[in-house]
Design a protein around this ligand. Sequence first.
Ligand SMILES: Nc1ncnc2c1ncn2[C@@H]1O[C@H](COP(=O)(O)OP(=O)(O)O)[C@@H](O)[C@H]1O
Ligand SMILES: [Mg+2]
Length: 297
Amino acid sequence: MSVLLTTEIPGIPRHQGKVRDVFDFGDRLLIVASDRISAFDWILPTGIPDKGRLLTQMSLFWFERIERTHHLISADPRDLPLPAGTDVEALLGRSMVVKKTRVIPIECVVRGFLAGSGWKDYQATGIVSGVKLPAGLQESSRLPAPIFTPSTKASEGHDEPISYEEVVQEIGDETAAAIRDASLEVYSRAAQYAEERGLILADTKFEFGLPVHGGSASDIILIDEVLTPDSSRYWPLDDYEPGRTQQSFDKQYVRNWLLSTDWDRNSPPPALPEDVVRNTRAKYIEAYEKLTGSRFV
Ligand SMILES: Nc1ncnc2c1ncn2[C@@H]1O[C@H](COP(=O)(O)OP(=O)(O)O)[C@@H](O)[C@H]1O
Ligand SMILES: [Mg+2]
């Protein structure tokens, strides 16, 4: 099985994120999901075969169902003026042609359940990102209502949780309210849909942009990947039980393996063993198939 760790298009400027290669075609971008995997803000030296295609297909699946302005134009890189010598085969199935935007520097996290850092904060203070929650909740409890728990979008290092008031200070009250409301709305619909498919969408992260020139709060555009296991926690519904950690379709499996090694998280991470790669790939495929109801070929 082959992995694609990096892509190139001759003569086109490329920005490499942790997972995606972003090519600038002027008013449009080509976002190519590689098979890279990141954990604890490090890109691991080992890729996961088919991960880029699986994640792109899940994003596309959701974009088709989201009734909001979003950045997706097409899934076919050949819609762009690709220069001669482009390895088109490598791009197919893992590409999104999107409208280029000015990225709003906030990670729009929505939580419907108590897990991860939300659970940690709740245990310590009863408060998650400035939202006071009722007493007596357990790990993985469903929240009375989904909450917006934004964080900064750091270009280097860790994203830090911030309060809604800090978002307002950063981007103004109208834009803050617009991205909060849009995030909660898209999450709620998606969570309902996922549950009908036997998946709990415990939490997720959205990004929004504004038109490159001008644009106000009413012009926000949903960008980036949406509702993939890299940006979301998905749990199998039939195994759900509050009061403990849930098995999940996200990178928790890889994180757990890394935590079981003596890696210090401050130096380049170790390569993943073959069985960890295989099991991780199987989890991405299972999430894809459960969600979409189609087989991954
Ligand atoms: N429509 C868009 N306009 C501008 N930037 C975008 C758009 N969609 C996604 N992006 C950016 O493209 C990058 C995707 O690469 P990714 O691998 O997720 O990087 P990162 O390590 O920064 O998360 C992100 O920085 C994201 O903000
Ligand atoms: Mg990203």
